[in-house]
Design a protein around this ligand. Structure first.
Ligand code: WT7
Length: 669
């Protein structure tokens, strides 16, 4: 295994003999002052108001306090949401990897930076700040030696592991952007992202291992790069001890890293240079590469990590998200490391080898803040309390939830059983686009109330607005509307890679002067926010976002399919599941079961397994408007058996289409 035998041993050599297995507390107060330094502003809620009304003063002070600059910034912000122009801390120069590593190595080199919870239970590996810096420098030098330059984009297709983190930070060190692609994506989905990002370098592993199953990641990369003419080199690290076929373009990563120096000169980056691209799904078209930049993103990730979770120096932070998603970026890597924290990298699944995995890990690693997804909580609660109670959870202080709404039953179980009614549950609302948490309870404020199932309050510098159907701001409470953010914040995405027009159309133009999130929200009588779900054709399967159009595109590629319509429907574990209505071409004579299998195969090949339909209904035709638009709204109601509120069907081309589908459904049930 990696770090254990074969090539693995080589990476072990990189580890410093000063490795510590326990946590050592040291003082990082020099760059993490408890007080934000705003004289006269008392209490967190006063500070929230100040952060919104005097946004420039707030962010300037926080940026000076919490980031380490090579050259100070000269302008706090230069933003105009109506033009999609977002710039923070211009004139300033810094290096993100120095902020995440070097400054902590100076004060406490032997503090643990990473706790890697490997798929194989009980074989965790710890890396100190010194070790992570050395590993990052070796990767940085290796990339430089192979011609990667400032401004290039490196695609990372790896499981959640220390070398993936070092690769991200190495890109930041030498000024390259990274593009992490979730290792569950198919070769085609990977290729599409490599091409769009114009990467010439890919970093991967021979094989991944998740839930005891081997994932052939290198083979997937081999297939992907066949359709990526830009790719010149693929670095291959060894996660398992199985050799893989290497081509002329492939480079054995650990072997080559050993030849590199442990010191690597950091590039001085402008605040607004790109730090990374991260692809996410929209309601139409291909996935969009959201662009995050250096200073603002890092500052926002660090500040939210500290205040939303009430993170304190010496705490062990356990975010179980994969590094392929924004949660893994902001709260697995950048936020905790910028704060000099200890962060857990979770490579496994919540039920491997059994449903006690999370809580066994909490006990073993003494995790203080646990951050996970409602889908996993819902799954685990079905296995019963005994899997939780078997383990000591007294280290836990805060429990976080992310990615989708958390229903009351799951919230209560998380709070009562997992947290023993001691730990605040923070339901955190945000998006790939927002860079960090925007709405969440703030447990660092001892007086703050938390209502189950509500994301509660805007974070510092965040000003939510609800819009009515005419596009006007709703001023009162106890109201629902389209959720917008009324002023810019440092963590927000700057653009869509190579498609600023799409950025404008999606986020800036629907409500001019505001950032439109795509979500609906309710504001309670007390002024607390509850997220009600997407307003567009994006669905959320187990906390993973996917556009219905992307799934339809894949389904429609099956030769037997004439057309299809995909919707999300509620599912008691996944939150939402995928329901596909499929119209077959005339004279297709295949068993429905065979066709379903074929369609699932196509979706997992084109996108990923999680996007596969949970239910497929073959129908004669789809309900459409006279202009030919598929009425997904009607299909959603039919699936939810909410036949009394099908709404106005008069715009349908042929209302009988709906009746046919209803009849088909009733035959089945
Ligand atoms: C979409 C963003 C945020 C990181 C993980 C997902 C939904 C996210 C919540 C929440 C209700 C939520 C929204 C959002 N969402 N958090 N606490 N309550 N819904 O990032 O893939 O960019 O998806 O996830 O619909 O728009 P993402």
């Amino acid at each position: 295994m990696w770090l254990r035998c074969g090539c693995a041993a080589s990476l072990r050599v990189l580890a410093s003999p000063l490795r510590v297995l326990g946590l050592r507390r040291c003082n990082t107060a020099a760059f993490m002052p408890e007080s934000t330094g705003f004289g006269g502003v008392s209490g967190r809620s006063g500070l929230q108001e100040f952060s919104v009304s005097s946004s420039e003063s707030f962010w300037a002070a926080v940026a000076r306090h919490r980031l380490s600059w090579i050259r100070p910034f000269t302008a706090v912000q230069d933003c105009d949401l109506s033009r999609g122009r977002i710039r923070w801390f211009e004139g300033g120069k810094l290096n993100v990897s120095v902020n995440c590593l070097d400054r902590h190595v100076h004060t406490c080199p032997d503090r643990v930076a990473l706790m890697w919870e490997r798929d194989e239970k009980g074989s965790e590996v710890r890396y100190t700040y010194r070790e992570l810096l050395e590993m990052t420098c070796r990767v940085g030098n290796l990339l430089r030696r192979h011609g990667v330059k400032k401004g290039d984009c490196v695609t990372i297709y790896m499981p959640t592991c220390p070398l993936a983190v070092a690769s991200m930070l190495a890109c930041a060190r030498i000024g390259a952007a990274h593009n992490v692609v979730f290792a569950g994506f198919s070769a085609e989905a990977l290729a599409e992202r490599i091409r769009d990002a114009q990467s010439s370098t890919v970093i991967t592993v021979n094989q991944g291992i998740r839930g005891g199953k081997i994932l052939e990641l290198k083979k997937t990369v081999d297939t992907a790069v066949q359709s990526c003419p830009t790719v010149q080199q693929v670095f291959v690290a060894m996660r398992t001890d199985s050799p893989v076929a290497m081509t002329a373009r492939d480079i054995a990563m650990e072997e080559e890293m050993l030849k590199e120096d442990v010191v690597c000169e950091p590039a001085a980056m402008n605040s607004e240079d790109t730090l990374f691209l991260l692809y996410t799904s929209g309601s139409t078209g291909k996935p969009k590469g959201l662009v995050h930049t250096q200073a603002g993103y890092l500052l926002y990730a660090a500040l939210t990590h500290r205040y939303v979770f009430n993170y304190h120096d010496g705490d062990v932070f356990g975010c179980v998200a994969d590094i392929g998603w924004i949660t893994g970026h902001s709260y697995g890597v950048y936020g905790p490391l910028a704060n000099g924290g200890t962060t857990v990298l979770f490579e496994s699944t919540p039920v491997y080898p059994d449903p006690g995995r999370y809580w066994d890990m909490v006990e073993r690693l003494q995790i203080n803040q646990f951050y996970g997804a409602p889908t996993a909580i819902r799954l685990l609660l079905k296995f019963g309390d005994e899997w939780v109670n078997k383990y000591d959870r007294s280290s836990l202080k805060t429990l976080g939830s992310v990615g989708e709404p958390i229903n009351t039953e799951a919230w209560e179980w998380y709070y009562r059983v997992v947290g023993e009614e001691r730990c605040p549950v923070v339901d955190t609302w945000w998006q790939t686009e927002t860079g960090g948490i925007c709405i969440a309870p703030r447990p660092s404020d001892p007086d703050a109330e938390i209502v189950p199932g509500m994301a509660m309050r805007p974070f510092f510098g965040i000003k939510p607005a609800l819009m009515d159907t005419e596009g006007k701001v709703i001023s009162g409470n106890d109201a629902s509307g389209a959720l917008c953010l009324a002023q810019p914040w440092p963590g927000m995405a700057r653009t869509i890679h190579n498609d600023h027009q799409r950025f404008m159309e999606t986020y800036c133009q629907p409500y001019p002067g505001y950032f439109f999130t795509g979500d609906g929200a309710y504001r309670s009588v007390e002024g607390y926010y509850q997220i009600t779900g997407r307003l567009d054709d994006v669905i959320n399967v187990s906390g993973h976002r996917i556009g219905t159009a992307e799934i339809e595109d894949a389904v429609n590629q099956c030769p037997a399919v004439a057309e299809s319509a995909v919707i999300g429907y509620s599912h008691d574990i996944k939150g939402q599941a995928v329901f596909a209505f499929v119209v077959l071409k005339k004279n297709v004579d295949v068993e429905e079961a065979d066709l379903s299998r074929q369609l699932n195969g196509i979706v997992s090949e084109k996108i990923a397994k999680y996007a596969c339909p949970d239910f497929i209904q073959f129908v004669q035709r789809l309900p459409k408007t006279r202009s030919g638009k598929i009425m997904r709204r009607v299909l959603r109601k039919v699936v939810e058996l909410d036949l009394d509120s099908l709404g106005d069907l008069s715009t349908l081309d042929d209302p009988a289409a709906v009746q046919e589908i209803i009849q088909e459904q009733s035959k089945r049930s």
